[in-house]
Write a protein that binds this ligand. Structure first.
Ligand SMILES: [Fe+2]
Length: 415
């Protein structure tokens, strides 16, 4: 007899990822999974890295929060109303998230009844529209690379050429004081039609291209076609596996030091055209120009984080927020690379992993709930929303995103 349990199906023609159908007893709410089925979902998130649960447009912010928090037992319970009890669960970016100088300040607002859930998207949403339970209208702006990249695409390339870019490859994390969330959940409540395509051109193809490939072979190597607003993921495990033995040694022995308040630190700097790191032009804020910070809260994390389920090593670096690299040599001495050198080194290590065939570009359908192992993938926003679809009428989008700062840093488990 068919057992009523979670079913995991690997994604077709994708470098990783799976979809999941829920058992009937939880009545389409994954917050109600029993321990056995949650354990299967936990394993799927760690093994497949990106998990899609379709048909979740009605999922409440509370259920999304409960489900997301369940992946990380280090998160304490909510405090009691009188302030006693557990420390409570903080949104993954903490309170500097909306700092006026932070590069993240425009990226959304909180659900008032469940502040660990953020509302992201594009366009105007009236009070009471699906996904807007707050008692005020929302004006959401989808991040565009044009405000973040050093040399953005021209209007013509965007409008006529239908081009976009990887906005910023990243791990969801404050990278100061708080530990990176284990899992992020992203729910597409209102999404644009999947019939609008945009293209990412890999602009460094000249450096990497060689030999006698046919034009179409070469094109597929340096172009990625994706639906408007697709969220892109790459596997940190595949990134690690693709390194030379020498580079593996380097990353296994390197600590990444992040800047204090890193999103404020980089607020005047601009990113490379692939969204992997920042261009070094001395535009960063000086450390004494930042809001108050403490040396003990600066994040120093290994460059490789071991997956606790598969035991695979993942190359996990936030290339835009790093400050220095510290590498332990064979003789035990430490070599430190400065900001510019660190960015160049990390860019070399990370660039092969974003090749088109390695990218999982999730094309959003209404109601998709995507859970991803934030400590095992890097992800990026894509898509330009500039009145392209039906003069902007088809471009409205509303997502709920949840991740919660962990109380334990990621680590290399077997060294
Ligand atoms: Fe993110």
């Amino acid at each position: 007899m068919h057992r009523d349990s979670l079913v995991v199906t690997p994604l077709n023609e994708a470098p990783f990822g799976c979809s999941v159908s829920l058992p009937s007893y939880c009545k389409n709410d994954p917050a109600y999974l029993n321990n056995e089925d949650f354990s299967a979902l936990y394993d799927a998130v760690h093994k497949y890295l990106v998990v899609v649960i379709p048909d979740q447009a009605e999922l409440t912010p509370k259920s999304q929060y409960i489900l997301t928090k369940r992946f990380d037992p280090t998160i304490p319970e909510q405090p009691n109303e009188d302030g006693t009890g557990g420390a409570g669960a903080a949104y993954g970016h903490g309170k500097e998230f909306r700092h006026t100088q932070s590069v993240l300040r425009k990226d959304g607002c909180s659900v008032k009844s469940q502040p660990q859930v953020q509302i992201l998207g594009q366009g105007h949403f009236k009070v009471g529209e699906p996904g807007n339970e707050n008692d005020e209208a929302l004006n959401l702006t989808h991040p565009s690379h044009t405000t973040f990249h050093h040399s953005p695409l021209t209007n013509e390339q965007i409008k006529e050429g239908k081009q976009t870019r990887f906005y910023r490859w990243h791990i969801d994390s404050a990278l100061y004081d708080l530990s990176p969330p284990v899992v992020t959940s992203l729910l597409g409540i209102k999404v644009p039609p999947t019939t609008h395509y945009q293209t990412i051109k890999y602009e460094d193809e000249g450096e990497a291209a060689g030999g006698s490939e046919s034009e179409s072979e070469s094109k597929s190597k340096f172009e990625l076609k994706l639906t408007q607003g697709a969220t892109c993921f790459v596997s940190g495990a595949q990134a690690f596996q693709g390194l030379s033995n020498e580079d593996k040694e380097f990353v296994l022995n390197t600590i990444v030091e992040y800047a204090p308040h890193p999103y404020i630190f980089i607020s005047s700097a601009k990113a490379t055209s692939d969204g992997l790191t920042m261009v070094s032009e001395d535009k960063e804020l000086k450390l004494d120009e930042l809001p108050p910070w403490e040396a003990s809260k600066v994040k120093k994390l290994p460059m490789v984080w071991t997956n606790p389920v598969t035991k695979e090593d993942h190359l996990q670096v936030h290339g835009c927020c790093l400050y220095k690299l510290h590498t332990k040599n064979e003789d035990g001495s430490i070599k430190t690379l400065d900001l510019k050198e660190s960015r160049e080194k990390v860019h070399k290590l990370m660039r092969p992993a974003i090749a088109p065939e390695r990218v999982l570009a999730h094309s959003w359908k209404q109601g998709d709930l995507v859970l991803f192992f934030n400590r095992g993938v890097w992800h990026s926003v894509t898509g330009e929303f500039k009145g392209l679809g039906n003069n902007g009428a088809d471009e409205r989008r509303l997502m709920h995103q949840c991740n919660i700062a962990s109380f334990k840093d990621p680590a290399i488990l077997h060294n």
